[in-house]
Design a binder for this molecule. Structure first.
Ligand code: DCP
Ligand code: MG
Length: 382
């Protein structure tokens, strides 16, 4: 095992909401939620002041995208219906999302980190991994310097975890939010990681957590107490042994710093091999989710795709791919889903499916017309 690695995970604090507070500094310290529609945006009054929408005025089916920590203290979190949130925090300020601003701040914080520590894996709009192994400076001053660079470039705070690998770093960055620094070594796993819910391990989703709970496993420590053979028996060879290693904080994955600029892809290995007939709904949901993530990747890179492809791996590990090249480039989740669906029709689906992947290639800058706002809002759901 490579014990010399030093990997950071950096995640911006209440990202969308914090960007909004840069635009509307008069709202600092107040509960603020991002969500809702353009009609909810602040309106300038006759005297030049701004009138902000309040949660109690909201009528509709929208959900919270994110909220400030002041709003979270009132029980209002990402994913909650706005009308339900209004019962808990009627006076909270409501702002619609402004994705262009978030992308701009995203670029700025990443460039600021790169000026201190250049080996970066981009994980999304508000998070990155950073490989610090090649830097001599101690972790604490280095983390402070990175946070300072981000603050100077954006006016925003972030939280950083520094550990021997990506798995632990991702957990650590969340342990002292907001504005936190958490530095952990392998020796800290029993005291700091084992008491946490198993779901804190990135990769244990709601379904796996449910299956673990049925085995009496709620925490990472309880997972670490299960024999590897038992996990393999229940979850299959690859997931089972991954769970066993994850519970011990073992993770050798390198940072993916260079993406193939010609394509973006997302794939997912199922917890169990899925049957095309019996598991149609789960497969379809996974398929749509992958397409949405590819669409999100394209949006982040500001590119559109001419070719959409899919990859299927069957239970016997045989793998097939199919591509479709389109007359018009596309980038939105629904169009990708449609093209990927056509690829799928060209594969004989006799066997159980182990892995599903969606790929966008033939990437290019978009034509002059921008991606419609409605599509942007839809991408945000994933
Ligand atoms: N986001 C979203 N839909 C979700 C969750 C998040 O659109 N279901 C957006 C809004 C967030 C951003 O992604 O601001 C980053 O997500 P995080 O989970 O990192 O949440 P925050 O940055 O808002 O808060 P935290 O301080 O907990 O990181
Ligand atoms: Mg965040």
């Amino acid at each position: 095992m490579n014990s010399h690695r030093r990997i950071a995970h950096l995640d911006m604090d209440a990202f969308f909401a914090s960007v909004e507070l840069r635009h509307y500094p008069m709202l600092r310290g107040q509960p603020v939620v991002v969500g809702g529609r353009r009609v909810d945006r602040p309106v300038e009054q006759a005297d030049g002041s701004l009138r902000f929408a309040r949660l109690r005025d909201y009528v509709g089916r929208g959900v919270i995208t994110t909220s400030t920590y002041e709003a979270r203290a009132l029980g209002v979190f990402s994913g909650m219906g706005l009308m339900k949130a209004a019962q808990l925090a009627p006076d909270a300020i409501l702002l619609p999302a402004n994705f262009d601003a978030y992308r701009d701040y995203s670029r700025r914080f990443k460039a600021a980190v790169a000026s201190v520590a250049p080996v970066i894996e981009d994980r999304g709009i508000d998070e990155i991994y950073i490989d610090l192994s090649g830097i001599a400076e101690d972790s604490l001053p280095l983390a402070r310097r990175i946070k300072q660079a981000v603050l100077a470039a954006t006016g925003l705070t972030c939280s950083i975890g520094i550990t021997p690998n990506k798995l632990l770093a991702k957990i650590a960055s969340d342990l002292d939010k907001p504005d936190g620094i958490t530095i952990l070594g392998h020796e800290d796993v029993p005291t700091r990681i084992w008491p946490l819910a198993a779901r804190k391990i990135n990769g244990i989703g709601p379904k796996a957590a449910e299956r673990l709970r049925a085995m009496g496993v709620d925490t990472v420590g309880q997972l670490a107490a299960v024999a590897e053979s038992e996990l393999v028996r229940r979850f299959g060879a690859s997931t089972g042994s991954w769970l066993w290693r994850a519970a011990r904080g073992i993770d050798e994955r390198p940072l993916v710093t260079e993406r193939d600029p010609k394509s973006v892809s997302r794939e997912s290995t199922f917890e169990r091999d899925l049957d095309v007939g019996l598991d149609r709904a789960a497969l379809s949901e996974a398929f749509t989710g992958l397409c949405a993530r590819v669409a999100d990747d394209l949006a982040r890179k500001g590119l559109v795709a001419r070719t959409i492809g899919i990859k299927l791996r069957f239970a016997d590990f045989s793998t097939v791919t199919r591509d479709l090249t389109l007359a018009e480039p596309l980038a939105d989740a629904r169009a990708i889903r449609q093209a990927a669906g056509q690829c799928l029709k060209r594969i004989a689906l006799g066997k159980r499916i182990r892995l599903l992947g969606v790929r966008a290639a033939g990437l290019q800058p978009p034509p002059a017309t921008p991606v419609p706002v409605a599509v942007q809002a839809e991408l945000q759901l994933f």
